[in-house]
Design a binder for this molecule. Structure first.
Ligand code: 5RP
Length: 233
């Protein structure tokens, strides 16, 4: 069954709100990137404004997350300021049955992996369209690359059997540049038999900063889906 864009948006909102409601006063919260997490950040702001939530701080995973955090009145800190992250809330592009993720649709996976991995509880917020049986079946693996190394990394990725494509901006007049000033190769693999192995192999290529395979990082997957026409988590 194909779900309409409006219905997907509704699921993203429901699941984002549900994750934000798990945050308690005094917590340090990793703020993920993307349209689903944006709903969670808005809900955190609403709970703070309503006085139901107090003294939380947010650690943004991207420029986008820090803009939203500021917009919704969440005090922001860096990793230098805190000694723990209680909860991180972040989206994903694919989730397999082993809770392995592909992330980086928003080119933010490098900082996301740092922050999500540090969290005591990493909650992944997705709508049902993100669930896959086989990792890599709907989404390529994003790889963040230093611009000066884009040619050798492209060749190295091809040698591994991947089909890399330089991610371009919406207007297609230049490459997407990450918050770190790097580029992204979206690498399609016919098969990913061992995601943990591929994650390490990709990161071992000189010039690669980080890739979007998240193995053993997710603790809890909140899925928004429709049952009998009603959105449920
Ligand atoms: C950004 C990400 C996002 O979390 C992922 O792309 C999901 O985004 P959305 O919630 O908009 O579907 O990994 O780098």
């Amino acid at each position: 069954m194909t779900i309409s864009p409006e219905a997907i948006k509704q699921l993203k909102q429901e699941v984002g709100i549900a994750a934000a409601r798990r945050v308690k006063s005094g917590m340090v919260v990793g703020l993920g990137t993307g349209s689903t997490t944006a709903f969670a950040i808005a809900e955190l702001g609403a709970r703070l404004a309503g006085g139901e939530l107090k003294d939380i701080v947010g650690i943004p995973t991207s420029f986008q997350a820090s803009v939203l955090g500021k917009k919704y009145g969440i005090p922001l800190r860096t990793l230098d300021d805190v000694d723990r992250i209680d909860i991180a809330i972040d989206g994903a592009d694919e989730v397999d049955p082993a809770k392995t993720l592909i992330k980086g649709g928003g080119a933010a996976h490098t900082r996301e992996k740092v922050i999500d991995s540090l969290a005591g509880l990493f909650i992944v917020v997705v709508d049902e369209s993100k669930l896959v049986d086989k990792l890599g079946s709907t989404f390529a693996v994003p790889v963040e690359v230093l611009p000066m190394a884009i040619a050798p990394v492209t060749r190295a990725v091809e040698k591994l059997g991947g089909k890399p494509e330089l991610r371009m901006g919406i207007k297609k007049d230049g490459p997407v540049i990450t918050d770190q000033g790097n580029m992204v190769l979206d690498v399609t693999f016919d098969n990913i038999p061992d995601a943990a192995e591929l994650e390490k192999t990709l990161n071992n290529i000189p010039g690669v900063l980080e890739n979007g395979l998240f193995v053993g990082v997710a603790d809890l997957i909140l899925v928004g889906e429709f049952k009998d026409g009603n959105p449920i988590i």
